[in-house]
Ligand binder design. Sequence first.
Ligand code: NAP
Length: 499
Amino acid sequence: MTTPDVLAHVTDLLPDGRRNLRFVVIGAGVSGILAVIRLRERGFEDVTVYEKADRLGGTWRENRYPGVACDVPSVLYSYSFAPNPEWSHRFSSGAEIQAYLEKVAADFDVERSILYGEEVVRAVHDGHRWHLRTHTGRTDEADVVIAATGVFHHPFVPGLDGLDDFAGQVLHTAKWDKSQPLTGKRVGIVGTGSSAVQTVGAIVDEVSALILFQRTAQWILPQDNPAYTDEEKAVFRSDPAVQIRLHSEVSELFAEGFANAVVDADSPALTKIAQMCEENLLTVTDPDLRARLTPDHRAACKRLIVAEDFYGAIQRPNASLVSEAIERIEAGGVRTVDRALHDLDVLVLATGFQVDRFLRPMEVVGPTGVKLSETWAERPIAYLSMTVPGLPNLFMVNGPNGPVGNFSLIEVAELQMEYSLQLVDSIAAGEFRLVTPSVEATETHEKARVQAAGKTVWATGCDSWYLDDRGVPMAWPWSFHEFQRRMAAPDLSAYVLTN
Ligand code: NAP
């Protein structure tokens, strides 16, 4: 078929002669907002975003626990095209990020494309278009689906014996209930990940007693989080180029000192990170507490925690660390294996997320009957984290095996969007109608990824949410620069292109 033939059946063309494609974006978080802005920039106006919640923001809307913050510097955790001169600190709170996302969405008029309270439950491709259905029964069609469904949206609730017997309040950090103040209460926190550590620091001075239930000790990189001065903000306001330059500089520094370090377990930068964590631990004065807080794995093996004053908080007189395993939850509190009962009014589960869900539980079926649920039955796999064989014109943002070493998910999303949009441009230009990655390219990529993952610090002998069921890190195992290089332009030979 020649290009004019491909376009022949399309009645709806853009003024410049390109196909006027219809897009459905799933999710109005960081990546969904980005998708709308980038599509509109390219002249695509026929875009609908389906968002299951009643507000945009994704993980920043969901995670509202005390102390929620981002451990990626604010200038880097911003869209490259929307610098924010009002960031109050070098690292931002969750509430500030949520406000930023809402402002960007307002500035770029994103809201008019979003349908709230609509969870897409089914997407079936008939060989021509995607047919979608939401949980309310609404149906829609799209030439291209962008799955901006995020990673941290299915909280993980551990199967602790007796959890339902607890007479007090149970909270998950990702489902926080702000209506119940913690002032003067005895609060227990299960978990020692980023969410737990941030919560500890934020509530310790408010509660009467804080007990942290630790299964695994974590390395903690100290964080210096100065406020931006009024003078700095004035400079950012008067000359946006300053912050854009800062974004590039911090991106480079972060890539060198962090993202590239964690993918090379023998790198000098990682040794430096480990030293900083060890020095930080020395601020714990009680030798017994320090010993119990000392991890048995290498720094950054689990996703590294960056926190301002966790050790200060856990050494407060009203705080205690319980490192005995939890036996069961009882009406009055937590019983540990040493038979001690820790009396509590509130139990906080800072136990993280089911990180292997992505689009699931949505039912996704391709034109030849390929089902995502079957393709991913063992574990989620995608070509370059973005596309799945047999599911045409479906582009994921921050999809499986994609995190780039503690890097800004916004920057990762921007690079992935630009890549996918190059394929979309070709569809709009009539070069092909459907694009799917080949099985061979996907398998070759996955094989290389698994092999490289073995050299990363995540595979040096600890358990973490980065590991899949085989113990293979579910992340980008190469440098950030390699990621940029691979995202620069699609290799069309990796795809099956259909007219
Ligand atoms: P997480 O890192 O997965 O930590 C979950 C914690 O719960 C771990 O300490 C785990 O212990 C513990 N746990 C789970 N089941 C347990 C059980 N049955 N008994 C006792 N302990 C149990 O979760 P998260 O802290 O919510 O963080 C998830 C991810 O969200 C982070 O890694 C990060 O990527 C992101 N996040 C980022 C920020 C930020 O500042 N950018 C802030 C918050 C979250 P084990 O270690 O023993 O498994």
